[in-house]
Design a binder for this molecule. Structure first.
Ligand SMILES: Cc1cc2nc3c(=O)[nH]c(=O)nc-3n(C[C@H](O)[C@H](O)[C@H](O)COP(=O)(O)O)c2cc1C
Length: 185
C-alpha cells in the first residue's frame, strides 16, 4: 500500500543515470505479473542513448501533431498545445526509457503487458525511482521505421513506454475519485 500511495507520474529528473542492476530489478518485477494462460507475452527494450531519446521524442511530437490536426477535440487541442512547444520533450528529459512490447497479438496480451507495467512502476517507486507512462510515444514506436531502427521484430507491438529516473524534487500527489461501487450483494 505504501508504494501504491507514494507512486507519482514524475516529469522532472536529475541527470543521474539509472544503473543496470536497478533496471534488472524493475524487469524482474515486471515479469512476475500475472499472465493469461501463462503466456508471458512481453519483451522489453531499454533505451538510454540520449540521441535516440531526443530523436524519438521529435518523431512522437510530429505524430501527435499529425493526429491532432485531423481532430478538433479539446484533448487533441491540449496535446497540440504541448507538442507545439519546442521545449517540450515527450520523455521529460529522463535518461532511461523502458518499452514493454507485446510479442504477438492475442486477447490478453495488452492486459498482461499493462500488469507488467504496473509491477514495474511500483517496484521503481519502492526503490526511490521516478517513472511515468508515456502514451505519447506509442504511435512513433510502432512505426516500421522505429522498429527497424531499434531492431524490434515487426510482429511485436509497443504497448507501454515508461520513463525511469531519479526524481528532481517532490511531485505532489494527484487526486482520485472514490471507487464507484456498482453492486455489492
Ligand atoms: C496509458 C497512459 C498513458 C500516459 N501517457 C502520458 C504521457 O504521454 N505523458 C505524460 O506526461 N504522462 C502520461 N501518463 C501519466 C498520466 O498523466 C498520470 O498517470 C495521471 O495524470 C495521474 O497522475 P499520477 O500517475 O501521478 O497519479 C500516462 C498514463 C497512462 C496510464
Amino acid at each position: 500500500m505504501d508504494a501504491i500511495h507514494q507512486r507519482r507520474s514524475v516529469r522532472n529528473y536529475t541527470s543521474k543515470a539509472v544503473d543496470e542492476a536497478a533496471i534488472r530489478t524493475l524487469l524482474d518485477a515486471a515479469v512476475h505479473a500475472p499472465t493469461a494462460m501463462h503466456q508471458e507475452p512481453w519483451s522489453f527494450a531499454v533505451i538510454q542513448d540520449r540521441n535516440l531519446l531526443d530523436r524519438l521524442s521529435d518523431c512522437a511530437k510530429k505524430q501527435v501533431q499529425d493526429e491532432a490536426q485531423v481532430s478538433d477535440s479539446a484533448k487533441s487541442q491540449h496535446k497540440l498545445h504541448l507538442v507545439n512547444n519546442p521545449e517540450f520533450h515527450v520523455f521529460h528529459n529522463a535518461g532511461t526509457l523502458i518499452v514493454i512490447y507485446g510479442k504477438f497479438t492475442g486477447p490478453f496480451v495488452e492486459a498482461d503487458c499493462w500488469l507488467a507495467a504496473e509491477n514495474l512502476l511500483l517496484a521503481a517507486c519502492a526503490q526511490g525511482l521516478g517513472t511515468c507512462v508515456i502514451g505519447f510515444a506509442v504511435s512513433a514506436l510502432n512505426t516500421a521505421e522505429w522498429k527497424e531502427e531499434l531492431g524490434i521484430p515487426a510482429e511485436m507491438t509497443a504497448i507501454a513506454p515508461i520513463i525511469v529516473g531519479e526524481p528532481a524534487g517532490e511531485t505532489p500527489p494527484t487526486s482520485r475519485k472514490p471507487p464507484a461501487i456498482l453492486i455489492w450483494k
